[in-house]
Design a protein. Sequence first.
Length: 398
Amino acid sequence: MNVRVSSLVARTLGALSLASLPLLVLIPRAASAAEIDWKGYTWSVTNGGMAGVAAGSSANVSVDSNGYLHLQIRKNGDTWTAAEMFTTTRIGFGTYQWQIDGPIDTLDKNVVLGLFPYGPAAGIGNDGTNEIDIEYSRWGQENGPNGDWTNYPASGTTVGELSYNFSLAGNTLSTSRFIWTTSSIEDFLISGFEPVSSMKSLLKTWKYSPNNAKTNIPQQALPLGMNLWCYAIPSDGKNVEIVVRDFQFVPEGSSSGGAGSGGSSGSSPSGGSSPSGGSSPSGGSSPSGGSSPSGGSSPSGGSSPSGDMGSAGTSGVPLSVGGAGNAGAASASAGEAQSGASSSSANAGDRAGCSCGILTSGRLPNSIEGLLLALLALPAARRRAGRARVRGNRAVEC
């Protein structure tokens, strides 16, 4: 493992309503970050403000002698810290796969594991856009759904999400995968470890194919993030560790494509392809860096493309923020694919693997969160820090 320490300039301050803060001091926050080389990519490890109520610490991210990545949530005295890292280059269309060793189905209700391309980390769009999420969490509910697939648009406010329940039946090994194309995002959860070409032991799958895909699906290459974080302090008071044994990216059009309708079958590349081998989406910058796509800001700063803050939509179907969602959209049963916005009507909570509508409160831009953390000693959070699984004024139990 190669570790380097560098100084990062705080993100450019975004727009802020003065009513949202009693005091506004426009001082950017500088942070230090470790950089780790893993699976052919350089990853910047968060030190300081990140999602949730615990700050990120580079001490919680490590690679062992087997090449396995360890992400931890730890308590030191009265202070909890979490783990987060992003690729320093952008990755585009193709198949993304993680082999995970950890009880992702039985995590503490306040713990979240996230696997996600995230454009705002490189100045591509605002929070609530240009993001593709795999998340494992119960979001503070003892019996809430423990899996989420959420797809945020390139621009605008339409979000597609599927929340579901799953079980690893006492095992800790699982494979998480998605296939991202210009017109769809297809997610897979598999029991045990499988190569990119395999659909064996499939627990869950869902295909999101919205209308106006060029608007409603990210179209630019994005930094890839992984985090293990605290939605709230772990209710059992215990430290948490997840081991990611492998990550692989197979570029779209590669002869070694992923399984599913979004990619051709074939054997996966050993250890994942390097950033230089990944093709970026049309109009996006190459993974090797360079100037940003037209309409998007460069990683060094500048204004982001216009885009409203997104709100998580009704599960399994797209939802326009501020509008009414299709309440009670049904999830696919284990191993059954849903396509696009079509879904059968069912009440949330009718069965395991149900879909839950989610309402998300608004939040401040990431740069302001960092400012709050530095000036007011408040935990920084992305939109999920205020995420609540409610329909109306009552919790939705699935």
